[in-house]
Write a protein that binds this ligand. Sequence first.
Ligand SMILES: Cc1cc2nc3c(=O)[nH]c(=O)nc-3n(C[C@H](O)[C@H](O)[C@H](O)COP(=O)(O)OP(=O)(O)OC[C@H]3O[C@@H](n4cnc5c(N)ncnc54)[C@H](O)[C@@H]3O)c2cc1C
Ligand code: SF4
Ligand code: SF4
Length: 870
Amino acid sequence: MVTVEPGLIGGEVNRILEAHKKKGGHDIQYKIGPDPSSIDSCMIGGIVANNSSGMCCGVSQNTYHTLKDARIVLVDGTVLDTADPESREAFKKSHAALLQGVQALAKRVQGDRELTNLIRRKFSIKCTTGYSLNALVDFPADEPLEIVKRLMIGSEGTLGFVSRATINTVPEWPNKASAFIMFPDIHIACKAASILRNETAVDAVEMFDHASLLQCREISEDLSKLVKGLDGELDPTAASLLVECRGQSPEDLQASIDDVCSALKLAGVPFGARKLDPQPLETYPFTEEAKEYSVFWDVRKGLIPIVGAARETGTSMLIEDVACPVENLGDMCVDLMEMFHRYGYMEASCFGHALEGNMHLVFAQGFRTPEEVKRFGDMMDEMCHIVATKHSGSLKGEHSTGRNMAPYVELEWGAKATELMWQLKEMFDPEFVLNPGVILNHDLDVHLKNLKPSPAASALVNRCIECGFCESNCPSRDLSLTPRQRITAYREISRLRTMESRNAEEEKRLKDFERIYEYDGNATCAADGMCQEKCPVKINTGELIKAIRAEDMSKQTTASNLAMSVARHFSGLSSAVPSFLNVVDMAHGLLGPKPLEVVSQALNKASGRMVPVWTPYMPAGASPLKQPQPPAVPQADSGIPRKVVYVPACVTRMMGPARGDTITQSVPDVLLSLFSKAGYEVVYPEGLSGLCCGMMFNSRGFKEASGFVGGNMEAAIMAASEGGKYPVVMDTSPCLSQVKSSLSEPSLRFSLYEPVEFIRYFLMDKLEWEAKKEKVAVHVPCSSKKMGIEESFMKVAEKCATEVTSTGVPCCGMAGDRSMRYPELSAASLQHLNVAGCSDGYSTSRTCEMSLSTNSGIHFKGLVYLVDQC
Ligand SMILES: Cc1cc2nc3c(=O)[nH]c(=O)nc-3n(C[C@H](O)[C@H](O)[C@H](O)COP(=O)(O)OP(=O)(O)OC[C@H]3O[C@@H](n4cnc5c(N)ncnc54)[C@H](O)[C@@H]3O)c2cc1C
Ligand code: SF4
Ligand code: SF4
């Protein structure tokens, strides 16, 4: 079991459990039971309060069945910790009346066969409509504390706040395989799901209808490559099942796969995307390759945002979450799709956890006119009747009731059970102040009021459905805004800006939003694009912020002209900076750190955050660039010359080690030595002192200056590498990434290397290795993560140290010099930096290393130093 506070993200809890297994050398990997597709963005508090479930957990491993204990804060401020005997005893005394009330309700329900049967029937499938009434029948009435604990689950904060949860974990078997099976008809796919549920021990069965398949193949070329027939013509009723089997041992897994395949074959159902082109089941084999099944599951997990992103701009995406006995699933899906089409929701899609009869319905709706709102209201009435009345289903399978479904609770549960829910609410929250109107609401039109519009704002982000998947990767998430919040706030600014006329209140709202956005939205965005890595539809909120900056800069002609002048005379800047850094470093030595800190902080403030804040890890100037040394070992007589073009970035040409560092060489000194040891001839590009990748201009919005220096860089690399004939090494990850992204000659990108990748693929067999360090930290810069070379960092570092620990931080937030001017950005991003027991740390970006050192207290430097020492 695991005890966690409510703000921890579900996926993070699983990663902690994984690390615990590794550290303790345990045999079995455990995880929390609920596995919502939003697990990397939703938190334990929300998981408990929504009674979340997901793909594999079904109804047996959902939060209700896996929560062991909870610390609950009631509306009167009382804290009940169900794991603590003292707290339980104190609560029994202080809240005797509440417990008696709960006890009386439980007795009443348990004595009412009709109600008990209804509750048991409803919770035999997924159900999060209304309160967890099963708590009243699952426990003896004289155990009211157990009942209280379970009532909190799925109560959406309307009965109390959960401030800590102890969850019984479940095993995560290491052997997995998945198959993506096509069916010509959704009815047949649902029948197959029902057979798998009744006749096998399959772990997950997820259904995709025709509309979702079309969106998936649009967004994932890999999926189309892996699933035969998906990229061709599909029958309009076609559907697919994503099936997963797991096993403790490879033999268990194979047995489970065999069961699934024979059950499907015996069922005699047709396979394939078209009736007229039937396929054998073998066309859709199970794969145990993580690379392949991750494609299936990444698409499935991102399906809500993927389908939502395809909606018409200006409309909102709505998700319904219905469930029914799996035997009725095919009929319910067909009824619902027919209904959607009748109401004109032609793009609506239906997909989800078929094994549990739980489907998500995604459709787009504008709320711009009374007619649009009426259409939505009429459709909701009919949908609820189809699900709850015709198919005896749940209007909410796992997303909880919210306010949208509150008017329909009575339709699903009937008057008696609904009355019971009102009584519970009144017992726990007599003044109705906790999350008012959620789950239970007397206003039967509440779902048609206060509807949130989704106005067009920028083509860069219009497709966002505000799912929040991107948030956990964002360095500013604990400081200012997350990417989702940046987009939401920008939408509101755009809505207000484009109004034909604004009243005084709207005018003030716009001014307030613009003022707050300047810091929270714009200044503290690292523009690193790490949000894009987690977004299922690949939205890069950093691009929006860069566009805002570029627009701002285009209005400031003096600043733009100055930037252009710096770009034209870049060699002047790059030769002046080392001397300046040496003067500052000398002052550090003479005066100590305090005066420099105080003065730089004052200047930073006075200059409107233009002057960087000094830290004791600020580097001294780099020593002048040395000419390449001749190779120390003779070149192999293989006919292929060992020649490399080396481009020291402007930061490594300007910045050397920091005071207190044990080394004195600069990054170029060390790389030249490594190239020489490996027998490489090195050439610099022409005019190196004037070269810059352009990132420092681009991230500030100086497009013209960025394009100018970027063009010069490309031409110089092209000439030095003789059109890409020789590998080109750039020693700073973000600069390499910037150059790659702005090339006009895309083929050149295949000749460009990060130093770590070059070492791994070109130098590994040419250097001698000895793991001389014990435990070191490695931080893979965000740009390297985006280039997909994280593994190379670990592989190279593991040659040099007996234990290598990753910092575990997606992005340090340095963003060139942004965190020198806004140090709180790196401080927030690096607050959970994992460097315990490490003697030193390594990365491949000099400025990132500075912020990592400042926020960890150990010296971070280029990974090339580690290689050189070993
Ligand atoms: C794209 C997408 C996919 C999803 N897929 C699934 C899925 O597969 N399975 C599934 O079950 N759900 C799914 N969900 C729904 C939702 O993400 C989950 O149910 C999730 O657990 C909610 O967590 P959250 O942190 O986002 O909570 P929030 O949305 O922040 O909160 C949910 C409710 O809980 C209350 N609450 C939050 N914390 C506490 C607390 N500490 N104490 C008391 N009340 C609290 C809030 O007031 C709110 O009413 C999905 C949602 C999205 C957007
Ligand atoms: S940008 Fe973030 S919130 Fe928007 S769709 Fe992508 S992941 Fe979801
Ligand atoms: S670009 Fe970076 S800082 Fe900006 S929103 Fe995306 S993840 Fe956050």
